[in-house]
Design a protein around this ligand. Structure first.
Ligand SMILES: [Zn+2]
Length: 258
């Protein structure tokens, strides 16, 4: 869940929002296969990332239109080797919306596993929020890696929006979930959020990446991609000089040392 604006839009827009797919790098590119699909009424970006030679890929945050995801993987001649979860909010993994005071449920990981046998990778701090997947679920931690064909993907723990929020770094690209958006960052006023952790995730962990790292966010709030360098220059949430200044803007939170 990302902003009140989008939650309101969610309540009035159809679930049959047409998918929009961007092809950053296709199976014709021998280096990396990367597809960005904008699915559902909350402008979520779902990603397919893989090795076009080994024909293996993972999906990031499978939700909203599981058939679109599964059919896209098949149409590209790829095999799905895993589902990676940036965090366990329902617009990223599916599930009932009752805890948000909304009716219905969003299709997600459960529906995916009903169609494809695959592992689900979630940060250990949010393991408890994904129930019922048994041995399909793999707990990961900061700096863990996953090989996808010839590619090696690294998990970066970036708490703040949620306790187990994580980003995925692969071949100079960062899939950032709801931690870093283009020109903004994820909400820190939700249950489980921590604005102090968000400050350190943005200004210490993500800001330490090379400027040329290409950023692929979890929602289409300010465009489809950016770079860490551009966000460090232009994104006000990466530019606070102190935790105190950040907290005065984001509100609340406890003071911690990194
Ligand atoms: Zn979220």
């Amino acid at each position: 869940m990302s902003s009140p604006r989008n939650e309101r839009r969610f309540s009035v827009r159809s679930l049959a929002h047409p998918a929009s797919v961007r092809y950053y790098s296709t199976v014709d590119d021998r280096a990396i296969y990367l597809k960005q699909m904008e699915l559902g009424p909350m402008e979520n970006f779902v990603y397919l990332i893989g090795d076009p030679v080994a024909r293996e890929c993972v999906v990031v945050d499978p939700a909203w239109e599981i058939d679109t995801i599964v059919e896209t993987v098949a149409a590209d001649g790829m095999t799905l080797k895993g589902a990676l979860v940036t965090h366990t909010h329902q617009d990223h993994v599916g599930g009932s919306l009752a805890e948000w005071g909304m009716p219905g449920r969003i299709p997600g990981v459960e529906e995916l596993l009903g169609k494809v046998a695959t592992k689900v990778y979630v940060h250990k701090a949010e393991r408890e929020f994904l129930r019922g997947f048994g041995s399909d679920l793999v707990k990961v931690d900061n700096h863990d890696t996953l090989d996808v064909g010839r590619l090696t993907l690294t998990f970066m723990h970036t708490p703040g929006h949620t306790p187990g929020s994580q980003c995925f770094l692969v071949d100079g690209r960062l899939i950032s979930g709801d931690t870093l958006f283009i020109g903004a960052c994820g909400r820190t006023d939700l249950p489980g959020s921590d604005p102090s952790e968000m400050y350190y995730s943005l200004t210490q962990r993500l800001a330490a990446l090379p400027d040329e790292t290409v950023l692929f966010p979890g929602h289409n709030y300010g465009g489809d991609s950016s770079t860490i360098g551009r966000e460090k220059r232009e994104n006000p949430f990466m530019r606070y000089a102190s935790l105190g200044d950040f907290l005065r803007t984001m509100g609340g939170g406890r003071i911690i040392t990194p």
